[in-house]
Design a protein around this ligand. Structure first.
Ligand code: UD1
Ligand code: CA
Length: 461
């Protein structure tokens, strides 16, 4: 089928009470509108036209990587008017036009495909998605006659008390033959409570002109719930999140508590990985097989290999951990941390822009920044790379097999040679040659009998 998509996103979103345009409010750290764009992309349209108005610059920036055409609707005279604004750019397009709202983020590609297929199959001029709700408040109601034929859609503000009792609502998703669409839109009026051109009016015109109409009724309304308020944003987030978690579980991931597990829709997780409660996997993160994450772990835009264990309360952003790495509890991996095979990062350790070589250990209370740590290195408790002189960042190199004693200060730029040792408590300011011991601390003195003399003095006074 020949299909174009129009996505409506020009409205202000007054009910969100926000500076941010409604369609940019994030769900799992991804703007709502991007979910709609992805769903639209999934049905394989020839063209996608995005209608913008309020906050158009911000929105354009946020979706600049999508191949869409944009149309500006100014002023915003209603959803019908928004679609009409696309007439110029789509005048040559003769197929069917799928119309979506930027504020209905949970809609799945599967549903949209079924909907558009059914539209083509039944040869309707207009198809629209409806759903039956326990609480239809806020939605346009679908009014049917005694034979269940759709008569019209009436907005809640314009509905009488009887019409408001109808529980079938308009989901705001339409598929329309283009030849009918432009004609019908020019027939809309503003005789309604808001004085706007209402898009559902094309359904009413379809009925009154005796053209083919299809109401495509869904069992699961959650998928087509609109986001007009913060509360509905929370509900939409839950719907999206549950669908993502379900997909991972089907793929062989154990999620102990899906209600407290937050996974972005572009994260990938390998089989037999277990995700413990209160864990966040955001951005383009990939996680290998057989890993154990959490509880309470945050990972964003990172690459995690197979059989990696990330323990309680660890925070990882833009980093990489190879197979068999063990980290946490309470570690902080900042951008460009690269932890090689089988290395160990322990508690209260912060790593930034550093490589930790295969099998090396940074087990306790350390800061490692701008460092290149070789293989089989032991970094003693409390070691710090002093990488910043107040002006510039400097590099620390620790070669393979070195042993850095506890509480060593490595004042960068500095190099600890292969197999070298630094003595505990040393402040290392000069390079250490391979295989040697660097010790930098005052000699230990001993004052015999001091404690006894002190007590005697105290007794006297
Ligand atoms: C709309 C439908 C309602 C349906 C509901 C489903 C109308 C008149 N009503 O109501 O029947 O039950 O969606 O979620 O269409 N927009 C523009 N330009 C405008 C006005 C709106 O682009 O001039 C955009 C908004 O940014 C939004 C979408 O259209 O993305 C829907 O507008 P909104 O005001 O949220 O309509 P609802 O009141 O939810
Ligand atoms: Ca809406």
């Amino acid at each position: 089928m020949s299909l174009a998509v129009i996505i409506l996103a020009a409205g202000k979103g007054v009910r969100m009470n926000s500076e941010l345009p409604k369609v940019l409010h994030p769900i799992l750290k991804k703007p709502m509108l991007r979910y709609v764009l992805d769903a639209a992309d999934g049905v394989g349209p020839e063209r996608v036209v995005l209608v913008l108005g309020h906050g158009s610059k911000l929105i354009k920036n946020a979706v600049s990587d999508y191949p869409v055409e944009t149309v500006i609707q100014q002023p915003q005279l209603g959803t019908g008017h928004a679609v009409l604004c696309c007439e110029d750019v789509l005048r040559d397009f003769s197929g069917d036009i799928l119309i979506l709202s930027g504020d209905v983020p949970s809609v799945s590609v599967t549903t949209l495909r079924k909907f558009t297929d059914s539209h083509v199959k039944c040869g309707a001029d207009v198809s629209f998605v409806s759903a039956v709700l326990d609480d239809p408040g806020g939605y346009g109601r679908v009014i049917r006659d005694s034979e269940e034929n759709v008569l019209r859609i009436v907005e809640e503000r314009d509905a009488n008390s009887n019409e408001r009792k109808q529980s079938e609502v308009n989901a705001g998703i339409y598929c329309v033959r283009s030849s009918f669409l432009w004609d019908a839109l020019s027939g809309l009026d503003t005789e309604n409570n808001q004085g706007e051109y209402y898009l559902p009016g094309i359904v009413n015109l379809c009925v009154s002109r005796g053209r083919g109409l299809q109401a495509f009724t869904l069992g699961d309304i959650k998928e087509v719930s609109g986001v007009n308020t913060r509360e509905q944003l929370t509900q939409a987030e839950r719907t999206v999140r549950r669908a993502i978690n379900r997909r991972h579980m089907e793929n062989g991931v154990t999620i102990i508590d899906p209600e407290t597990t937050y996974i972005s829709d572009f994260a990938s997780i390998g089989r037999d990985t277990t995700v413990y409660p209160n864990t966040y996997i955001y951005g383009e993160t990939s996680i290998g097989e057989g890993c154990s994450l959490g509880p309470s772990v945050y990972i964003e835009n990172s690459r995690i290999g197979n059989n990696v264990k990330i323990k309680f309360s660890s925070y990882l952003v833009q980093c990489e951990a190879e197979d068999g790495v063990v980290m946490g509890p309470f570690c902080h991996l900042r951008p460009e941390a690269r932890i090689e095979k089988g290395a160990k990062i322990g508690n209260f350790v912060e790593i930034k822009k550093s490589r930790i070589g295969t099998g090396s250990k940074v087990p306790h209370l350390s800061y490692v920044g701008d460092a290149d740590i070789g293989k089989g290195v032991n970094i003693g408790a409390g070691t710090i790379t002093c990488n910043y002189d107040g002006l510039n960042k400097h590099v620390t190199v620790v070669e393979d097999g070195a042993f850095v004693g506890s509480d060593t200060m490595l004042v960068a730029p500095i190099k600890v040679g292969e197999g070298a040792t630094t003595a505990a408590g040393s402040t290392i300011t000069k390079d250490v040659s391979p295989g040697s011991l660097a010790i930098e601390r005052a000699g230990q003195k001993e004052i015999a009998g001091w404690a006894e003399r002190k007590r005697a003095r105290e007794r006297k006074s």
